[in-house]
Every structure is written in C-alpha cells, then in structure tokens.
Design a protein around this ligand. Sequence first.
Ligand SMILES: [Zn+2]
Length: 333
Amino acid sequence: MVSYKELGLVNTREMFAKAIKGGYAIPAFNFNNMEQLQAIIKAAAETKSPVILQVSKGARAYANPTLLRYMAQGAVAYAKELGWEKPEIVLHLDHGDSFELCKDCIDLGFSSVMIDGSALPYEENIALSKKVADYAHQYDVTVEAELGVLAGVEDEVQAEESHYTRPEEVIDFSKRTGCDSLAISIGTSHGAYKFKPEQCTRDPKTGRLVPPPLAFDVLDAIMEQLPGFPIVLHGSSSVPQEYVDMINQYGGKLPDAVGIPEEQLRKAAKSAVCKINIDSDSRLAFTAAVRKVFAEKPGEFDPRKYCGPARDLMEQLYKHKIINVLGSDGKAC
Ligand SMILES: [Zn+2]
C-alpha cells in the first residue's frame, strides 16, 4: 500500500472547492505515454494550472499499471524541476468499472478514482459507488461517480444511446453513495465522432457539421438540487477542425469528426462544472503532427523526430485549453 501523499500528489477536494468558487474548471487529461505526460506537465507548470492526470483501464493495459504510477510520481518531480514549487497534480482512475480495479489503484498510489456504474440499474450503481467511496475515504482518496449515460466510444466504454442525468435523482444518489463529485450526462459524448450527421445541422458556408447544443437546462436543474456540489463533464473534446484537416490532408481519413464547441465548455467551466475531461483532442494533435512528418519526410525513421513534434503540438493544445477554455491558469501557486 502506497499513499499518494508520499508521492507528492493531491486529491481533488480542495481543488474542486476552489474551482467552483472561482468560476473555472480543472483540466483532466488522459495519458498513455511519456510524450503526452511531458506535454501535460509542461503545459500545467508553465501556466500554473492545477491538473488531473487520468489513467483509463485501457491505458493500464497498454502501458502497465506499475509503470504508469511511477510515471506520475516522476511527473511531480519533473514539475518541480520546471520551477513549480508545490505542484497540484491529481492521479485519477478514469472509468473504473469494478471495486477491485478502484481498490488496486488506491493501493498503488492514486489520489482519486472514478467508479462508473452508470450502465447499471440505479440501486446497483449506488451500492457499487458507495462501496468504492467507503474504501477510498479511509485513505483520503476522492471519488467520482456517474449518473446518466453518455453516448460514444472511449476505450472499452461505449454506449449507443445517451440519456441525460435525471435531476430528481442527484440528491439521493450523492447522499447515499458519499461520492465527492458527480459525472453527469447533458449531451457531451466520448470520442472524435460525438454526433451522427443526422443529429447535426450543416454550416452553409463551410459545409461542416454543427452539433446540437448541450442541455444547460438539465445542468441548471442539477445545480439547483445540489448547490456547490462538484460536477464533472466527460467527453468534452472539441475535435479542432485544424487537426482533423491536417490529418486528412496528410493521408488520414476522418470524415465528419465533430466535438463540443469551446464556447459551450467555457460557459460550463464558469458553473459548478469543475472537471472537464479531454482526451480525443490530444489524440488528434498527436496523429496530425506524426502524419505531417511522415508525409513531408518519408525517409525519417527516428521516433524522436515525429514524437517530438507531436509532443509540441499537444503542449500547445493543453495550454490553449487551460488558458482559453477552462480558465485554470494561474490558479495553482
Ligand atoms: Zn469518460
């Protein structure tokens, strides 16, 4: 058993309370490899933004759980080396699907876990989330639970249909589970294809898809039920058209990829939404940069020559999100 406190990590409790009060949101970026982690930490350290490093079940399978944990520990040391005296870094399990997985992460040094029982019947979701919260709280680890179903595909999490969180259930759910934050469904979606073309309208000028707006009325009703309670948005990549265009220009094929417009996320960040998950956008940035190098320099075979530019583009993306979308820059001393 390793406590995250020994690793220099923090949980989300104080971070979220400050974010709600200050009208901004904390970025939750997924990582699977070194370049992504470097880019996240550099962006957070240079903008002085608190940050949540997310590890999914898929990332654990890809990179090895032990290695990922030591990478997060290394990230704290790296942040200090970059001049960030007291880094505010959370190591969070994204979409934990069982008590055992959550416990394993807590025992390994994670400071926060998500238990996703959203696909289960209501009472079973409560029982599972409570079991995880009871265990986690013994070690001062914070817990995110989910109510409502997001559509889309993310690693092994997928659903055909979404259904919005029911505001009338949130008080009962949060009280009985003891969760510290609540992931809700108000129209965000996982992946780079968040909406089917038939759900969107088309911009007559550019021919690009315009997604349906988020259900802010549902968010408002939830906040009315749970004033000041930390709310989390998953599936909140914006799928920047410049990366999609770059990918398609250099031999890729991503027709009609579409995300959540940044102005809607900006609006959400000012509310009790205090954690916004962004994964697909960094995947797109990485792929766009790598494709460009491959197309322009077919003789290149040193991975540093294409992973390096990918890292730079991801760092730019993370800084943009922190400064221009979430407003979390300068919030960590
Ligand atoms: Zn998610």
